[in-house]
Design a binder for this molecule. Structure first.
Ligand code: ATP
Length: 134
């Protein structure tokens, strides 16, 4: 089976590194699947899951946007935050979701709605990745 080397990197350091058969992400333009031999490209990502296929198993990493770069033998994902599914604190994500929802539902005009919306998306993404709902 042909493989491609994938690294997921954040400002705090590397989060994931492995040879995989396919990497699938949510680019701003839609779902993006990269197989070995893909043409070089750079694509901005949405808040979403990175799926890494290895044999019969698929590993998940939650990322908060960032960029995917494809080079001939290597994919690099650069994200502000990234967590492997098993490293996600589910309770923390639920609390972040609740906080973001109450900010979005509040009538106060000092709420930064864009910021609350992004926090909500990150929290839902982390919850879905731990539950493998994707
Ligand atoms: P919170 O309000 O819980 O901090 P957040 O979405 O504002 O959530 P981020 O700013 O995206 O948090 O991330 C800050 C740091 O905390 C990053 O290093 C990120 O990987 C980590 N992190 C955030 N939420 C979780 C979680 N539920 N489980 C594990 N790590 C997390």
């Amino acid at each position: 089976m042909k493989t491609i080397h994938v690294s997921v990197v954040t400002p705090d350091g590397p989060v994931y590194e492995s040879d995989v058969e396919m990497v699938s992400t949510k680019a701003q333009s839609g779902e993006l699947g990269v197989l070995p031999g893909h043409i070089p490209m750079v694509a901005p990502l949405q808040i979403g899951a990175v799926r890494l296929k290895k044999g019969s198993s698929t590993e998940l990493v939650a990322v908060s946007g960032g960029f995917l770069e494809v080079r001939p033998d290597k994919v690099t994902i650069l994200a502000q935050t990234a967590e492997k599914a098993e490293d996600i604190d589910f309770v923390r994500a639920e609390e972040a979701k609740n906080r973001a929802e109450s900010r979005l539902n509040s009538k106060q005009d000092d709420v930064d709605f864009k910021r609350a919306e992004l926090a909500l998306k990150r929290a839902i993404n982390r919850i879905e990745v731990t539950q493998r709902k994707m």
